[in-house]
Design a protein around this ligand. Structure first.
Ligand code: PEP
Length: 272
């Protein structure tokens, strides 16, 4: 068991994956409203940026085209910026790709790696996930590494095996320690965008496995310090079922992160 009292060191995190939604102008509007909604929820006595005061870290991951505008809109809010993917090379003949230095220049602090939609539609493999993680680590981007099983894999009783393979092969490129700021998002593929979230105890079971695997790879302290998120149809009315679990430190939120009121409510509940 590596969660225990050390869990106090892990700051809850709510990350919004906007996928291919929102233009530049829409992004600025959404972020202004989100900052206002979070400000309204700031505890009365708290100083500083609203999000810090709420006790959770908040990250938004808009499309690449909106990152520059998002960075400006987020100044002074305490909300961090992330991207949805990155290439493993710093530059080169890779039409349509975006590199880590380009994301750093846009003020990104986080990057999602290995999202199931990348695996499903764009040929992402455990090998390319490992390479992308390497690029994130080289440039100081905090990776949000996504793992999770399909419905067929769950039905066949292969959930733990699939997650184990995804996690260990993604992290095989780090013999000397976990990438700085690593977060792991357990996202059952069948729960993403379907409205059918996992049960809290099932998500906890996989999160505990992830922490155990991290301990085997990097030691107990690193495992205890790594944030593990749940993702898959998270909404304000089900987030507590996940954030209450001892090994779940927050959420990666798709659809509900596009609604500022819903996302602010999720942030508030994650922070509790
Ligand atoms: C996601 O895209 O990572 C996700 C969890 O989506 P949703 O919350 O819409 O299921």
């Amino acid at each position: 068991m590596v969660n225990g009292t050390r869990a106090a060191r892990r700051r809850p995190l709510a990350a919004g994956n906007w996928k291919m939604h929102r233009t530049r102008a829409e992004t600025v509007r959404l972020l202004k409203t989100l900052a206002a909604r979070l400000e309204e929820r700031r505890p009365a006595a708290a100083d500083g940026p609203p999000v810090a005061a709420a006790g959770a870290e908040v990250v938004v991951c808009p499309p690449f085209t909106a990152l520059g505008d998002a960075a400006r809109a987020l100044e002074g809010t305490g909300i961090a910026l992330g991207a949805q993917n990155l290439h493993w090379e710093d530059e080169g003949a890779y039409t349509g790709e975006i590199s880590a230095p380009m994301l750093v220049e846009c003020s990104c602090r986080y990057v999602i790696v290995g999202h199931s939609e990348r695996r499903q539609y764009f040929g992402e493999t455990n090998e390319t996930v490992r390479k992308r993680l390497g690029a994130a680590a080289r440039h100081g981007l905090h990776p949000i590494l996504c793992v999770g099983e399909t419905w067929e894999e769950r039905r066949a009783g292969r959930t733990k095996q699939v997650v184990r393979t995804q996690l260990t092969s993604a992290l095989a490129g780090f013999p000397d320690g976990a990438p700085a700021g690593l977060c792991v998002a357990y996202e059952p593929v069948w729960a993403i965008g379907t409205g059918q979230a996992a049960r809290g105890e099932d998500a906890q079971e996989v999160a505990a496995l992830i922490r155990q695997l991290l301990a085997g790879l990097f030691g107990d302290d690193a495992a205890a310090a790594t944030r593990i998120l749940y993702g898959g149809s998270v909404k304000p009315d089900n987030i507590l079922e996940f954030s209450r679990q001892p090994d779940i430190d927050g959420a990666l939120v798709g659809g509900a992160s596009l609604d500022p009121s819903s996302f602010a409510e999720i942030v508030e509940r994650v922070a509790r």
